[in-house]
Design a protein. Structure first.
Length: 296
């Protein structure tokens, strides 16, 4: 059984980022990322902080906007518009989910698609479906695909089952796995909360992508012998007696599933570090594409 280390693969991606950042610096360019958080959800705050920190570690320009929960739709739109116009900012990310009074779809549509490093804007969703390489692909599924490639997992012709149909992970993951080329060419099934007899479906899978958002949901009965399991879940569960009072667990019941697997990602140290590395890579790509746009 192979444990696929996201920490190791993310470091490789970040090394490529450092090389690209140096090449841009030689041209007088520095990629800039703006991360916007509305409200004070503790998990979202932690994600936003770690994105900001990673930017600074790499020497990227980073702007972190932490807005109060009382921020109105119009105020948030004004912030997005200002970032769209800011030439030092190449990537804009509004942390999801926003508070309930915010119309998230309208905010996403307001982001300049050329700066939408999350890949959530309709233009980028369409580019992914069209296999247009100039688009931005959501960071988490892009990181999962990279993990499969780096771990030497053959996706071509494989039965891949994606469990979860979110806009952030499930849907783009399915599109990536069915696209032509490395990390693609799979036969893809998308299962979700309304799927009948889920274990019967996932037991057909050579590759399972677990993106349900429920702790330890995928158990041994869901997995065939020799499957590859990618665990996207980051769930906070109570852990009395620990310093923080909680711990992070995946969507996969790791202890019972891992012994059946050919390969599996751990939580933490699996998909998590990849998401942030791919965000850095997307921000660099946005800067590179902005440059070639200028030269046209
Ligand atoms: N919330 C959970 N994952 C993500 C992500 O990749 N991007 C944004 N903007 N919000 C998220």
């Amino acid at each position: 059984m192979q444990i696929i280390s996201g920490t190791v693969v993310a470091e490789k991606v970040l090394e490529e980022c450092r090389r690209d950042i140096a090449a841009l610096a030689a041209l007088g360019k520095k990629p800039g990322l703006a991360v916007v958080l509305v409200g004070d959800d503790p998990a979202s705050r932690a994600y936003v902080r770690s994105k900001d920190k990673k930017c600074r570690d790499l020497g990227l320009h980073s702007v972190k906007l932490e807005l109060p929960v009382t921020t109105t739709q119009a105020e948030l739109l004004a912030h997005v518009e200002a970032l769209n116009q800011d030439p030092t900012i190449h990537g804009i990310l509004v942390q999801s989910p926003p508070p309930p009074h915010i119309d998230e779809a309208a905010i996403v549509r307001a982001i300049d698609p050329a700066k939408d490093v999350d890949g959530f804007h309709p233009v980028n969703v369409a580019k992914l479906a069209l296999e247009d390489p100039t688009g931005f692909v959501p960071c988490t599924p892009l990181g999962c695909q990279r993990l499969l490639i780096e771990a030497g997992i053959e996706t071509k012709g494989a039965n891949a089952v994606v469990v979860g149909r979110s806009m952030i992970v499930g849907k783009p993951m399915a599109l990536l796995l069915m696209a032509k080329g490395p990390g693609g060419d799979a036969t893809v099934t998308v299962a979700h909360s309304r799927t009948r007899d889920l274990p019967a479906i996932t037991r057909q899978a050579d590759i399972i992508i677990a993106a349900i958002g429920r702790p330890h949901f995928i158990t041994a009965e869901h997995v065939k012998e020799g499957a590859v399991v990618i665990d996207v879940g980051i769930n906070r569960v109570e852990a009395p007696g620990t310093e923080k009072g909680y711990k992070l667990v995946g969507d996969v019941a790791y202890d019972e599933v891992a012994p059946k697997c050919r390969a599996i990602t751990p939580v933490p140290g699996g998909v998590g570090p990849m998401t942030i590395a791919m965000l850095m890579a997307n921000t660099i790509k946005a800067c590179q594409q902005a440059r070639s746009e200028e030269r046209r």
